[in-house]
Design a binder for this molecule. Sequence first.
Ligand code: SAH
Length: 233
Amino acid sequence: MSFRATVLTLYPEMFPGALGQSLAGRALDAGTWDLQTVQIRDFAVDRHRTVDDTPAGGGAGMVMRADVLARAIDQASPRGDTRPRLLMSPRGKPLTQEKVRTLAAGPGATILCGRFEGVDQRVIEARGLEEVSIGDFILSGGEPAALVLLDAVVRLLPGVMGNEVSGEEESFENGLLEHPHYTRPQVFEGMTIPEVLTSGNHGKIAAWRRAEAERLTRERRPELLAAAQGLTK
Ligand code: SAH
């Protein structure tokens, strides 16, 4: 088992969800990675199985309780578990391909999915949770974010992608967005495939792709290009 994921959630039925299909699903069936879910509600301490309460200081919404979450985390990720403890959170560090690669090279992750307004700050600190965001927008819960993170990680696990090379050439792996793709038919609604791609000249093709990648990155994500040019690669 190269990668073990444990997801703490109020909605375990959401897993494996999309990750039960296609590449990730086949890898899950094959035992290349493992996915366990933990129902946070099972760690409630009262008769009503309460997991949330009103925010200290007032205001709208509910906050997930530190004591209930701590009990769930302590079972899912006991002392000695070397896997990072992640909290999906819009306040977290934005997820990058570099972070995805680091996670894929490690033993797995314990992932806490927030709901409501989020989780009590004290459990974040007491259990050393690392907040990870999947972008500057607000989801209704951490579950879709956890699925996104795991999808990105699992496809990098050894043996998951049929064609390993395609992983190395794609967007972000070299700090650039990827070049455009074409395939048959040769003519589509009057539009042809750029001639260089059918020339058979691999040097020219590589140069064209690199130039297109730089052009697209300059147009769409200039901040990435600036960072890539700072790289000594
Ligand atoms: N009140 C919070 C948002 C809570 S959304 C705020 O304004 O910051 C409820 C839960 O959804 C969060 O606890 C988190 O687990 C998840 N979530 C929402 N947006 C997310 C994002 N962009 N990335 C990762 N997780 C997110």
